[in-house]
Design a protein around this ligand. Structure first.
Ligand code: SAH
Ligand code: SF4
Length: 405
C-alpha cells in the first residue's frame, strides 16, 4: 500500500475565492552571491561587511539548511533582527506527502501568492535508488506546451517558478529526508554528493525549464555552488522538449547535462506528440544537440523516448532513431508510457519495448528502459499535475485499479 499524508488541515487551506495575501518580504533563497550581497547592502548592511555576511548566510542556508533566520547562531542579534524585518527564507508548505510502495516520495508543495496572484501548488518527486537518490524538480506551475501524452501538458501555465522556489524544492526535500548534515558541521565543511540521499537533480518535473531560462539558471547556479549545496553540474540534468534557441546557452552558461524529450523520429509524428516540433523541427534540434558545448563520450546527451503502443514503437522507428542520432554521444532512455485519466495512449507491450531496446543497443547505444517509479502515487514521468486540476478521487481510484504496480 502506498501512504498519503495530508499535512494541512482542511481549515488551513485557502478558499478558492479568498484574497491572496502577498508576501511582504523578499526571499533570500535562490539569489546569487552577488545579488545576495546587493540585497544586504540595500537593507543597510555596511558594504565592507557584505562579502563576509554573504559567506555566513550562504553556509546557514545551504550547508546547514536552516529555515529560520533566528537559527543563524553566529550572526549578531542586531543583524538577525534587520534580516528578519526585510527578508524571509521560508520554504514551501508541504500540503501532502505520498510514499510509494517502491520508496518514491511525491510532495505537493504550496508557495505563497506573489503580487496579485494566488498561492500555487507544484509537485516534486524523490526517487531513491541503489547508491543514489534523484530529485525531480519542477520549473513552472503547469506548462505552455501541450505534448499530447503528458498530463502536465493538459494544465495551462499558471506561472514560472522563481529561483528561490526552485532551490527550495531541494531544501525542503532534503530537510524532510533528514539529508542535511548534523548541526555541528563546521563552516566550510562540504558533504560529498555521494554520501547524500539527494545526490542528483533532474529538471523533469512540471514545466519546460528553457521557457523559464533565467530563473532556472540562477537556481542551478545556487544548487551547484561548491560552498553550499554543492551538487556537481554533472549530477544535474535539464530536460527540454526542444527549445532549440536556448540549447547552446544552456551548455555555455549552465554547463549541466542535457536531456531531450525526443519521442518521435519523423517530423510528421513529432509535430503531433511534441508540438513545439512545428516551431523547431528535428533537423534544427539535432544540429543544436551536435553542437552542445562540452559533449564527449563521458558527457552524453540523454534522449528520452516514451514508448507508445502502435504509435512510435516499431522496429523501423528504432532503426530511424539510430540513424538520427548518428555521431552524437548519446544515451537513449526508453520510458514506458505512464497513463493518466483521459489519455487515449497506451504503453507499448513489454516484449516490444525489449525488442526496440535490443536493436538500439546493438547499434552501440546504451538504452536503459526506465523502470516506472511511483506509479501507484502518480509520481511517474508525465503524471504530475497540481492545483485545482488535481486528479479527482474517482479518477484516482479508477487509475489505481488499472495500473499494476
Ligand atoms: N518539459 C520538459 C521536462 C519535463 S517532462 C520536457 O518535456 O522535457 C519529463 C519527461 O517525462 C519528458 O521526457 C516527458 O516527455 C516525459 N513524459 C511526459 N509525459 C509522460 C508520460 N505520460 N509517460 C512517460 N513519460 C512522460
Ligand atoms: Fe510540458 Fe514537458 Fe509535458 Fe511537454 S512533456 S507538456 S514540455 S512538461
Amino acid at each position: 500500500m502506498s501512504a498519503t499524508i495530508d499535512l494541512t488541515s482542511a481549515d488551513a487551506r485557502p478558499r478558492p475565492s479568498a484574497p491572496a495575501p502577498a508576501p511582504a518580504k523578499r526571499s533570500l533563497l535562490g539569489l546569487s552571491r552577488e545579488a545576495l550581497g546587493a540585497a544586504l547592502v540595500e537593507a543597510g548592511v555596511p558594504a565592507r561587511q557584505a562579502k563576509m555576511r554573504v559567506q555566513q548566510l550562504w553556509h546557514w542556508l545551504y550547508v546547514r539548511g536552516v529555515s529560520d533566520i533566528s537559527e543563524m547562531a553566529n550572526v549578531s542579534r542586531d543583524l538577525r533582527t534587520l534580516l528578519d524585518e526585510k527578508f524571509e527564507i521560508a520554504r514551501p508548505e508541504i500540503v501532502e506527502e505520498q510514499i510509494s510502495v517502491d520508496g518514491t516520495r511525491k510532495w505537493l508543495f504550496r508557495f505563497p501568492a506573489r503580487g496579485a496572484g494566488r498561492p500555487v501548488e507544484i509537485e516534486t518527486v524523490y526517487i531513491p535508488e541503489e547508491g543514489r537518490g534523484t530529485l525531480c524538480v519542477s520549473s513552472q506551475v503547469g506548462c505552455t506546451l501541450t505534448c499530447t501524452f503528458c498530463h502536465t501538458g493538459t494544465q495551462r501555465l499558471v506561472r514560472n517558478l522563481e529561483p528561490g522556489e526552485i532551490v527550495s524544492q531541494l531544501l525542503t526535500a532534503r530537510a524532510r529526508l533528514g539529508d542535511f548534515p548534523d548541526a555541528a558541521t563546521p563552516q566550510g565543511a562540504i558533504v560529498p554528493s555521494e554520501g547524500r540521499l539527494v545526490s542528483n537533480v533532474v529538471m523533469m518535473g512540471m514545466g519546460e525549464p528553457l521557457y523559464n531560462y533565467d530563473n532556472v539558471k540562477s537556481a542551478l547556479g545556487v544548487v551547484s555552488d561548491g560552498d553550499g549545496l554543492a551538487l556537481s553540474r554533472r549530477r544535474i540534468t535539464l530536460s527540454t522538449s526542444g527549445v532549440v534557441p536556448m540549447i547552446p546557452r544552456t551548455g555555455e552558461e549552465m554547463g549541466v547535462m542535457l536531456a531531450i524529450s525526443l519521442h518521435a523520429v519523423t517530423d510528421e509524428l513529432r509535430d503531433v506528440l511534441v508540438p513545439i516540433n512545428k516551431k523547431y523541427p528535428l533537423n534544427e534540434l539535432m544540429a543544436a544537440c551536435r553542437a552542445y558545448p562540452g559533449l564527449s563520450n563521458a558527457r552524453r546527451i540523454t534522449f528520452e523516448y516514451v514508448m507508445l503502443k502502435g504509435v512510435n514503437d516499431s522496429l523501423a522507428d528504432a532503426r530511424q532513431l539510430v540513424r538520427l542520432l548518428h555521431g552524437i554521444p548519446a544515451k537513449i532512455n526508453l520510458i514506458p508510457f505512464n497513463p493518466w485519466p483521459g489519455t487515449d495512449y497506451e504503453c507499448s507491450d513489454w516484449d516490444q519495448i525489449e525488442r526496440f531496446a535490443e536493436l538500439v543497443n546493438q547499434a552501440g547505444y546504451a538504452s536503459p528502459i526506465r523502470t516506472p517509479r511511483g506509479r501507484d502515487i502518480f509520481a511517474a514521468c508525465g503524471q504530475l499535475k497540481s492545483e485545482s486540476e488535481r486528479m479527482k478521487k474517482g479518477d484516482r481510484l479508477a487509475m489505481e485499479a488499472a495500473i499494476a504496480v
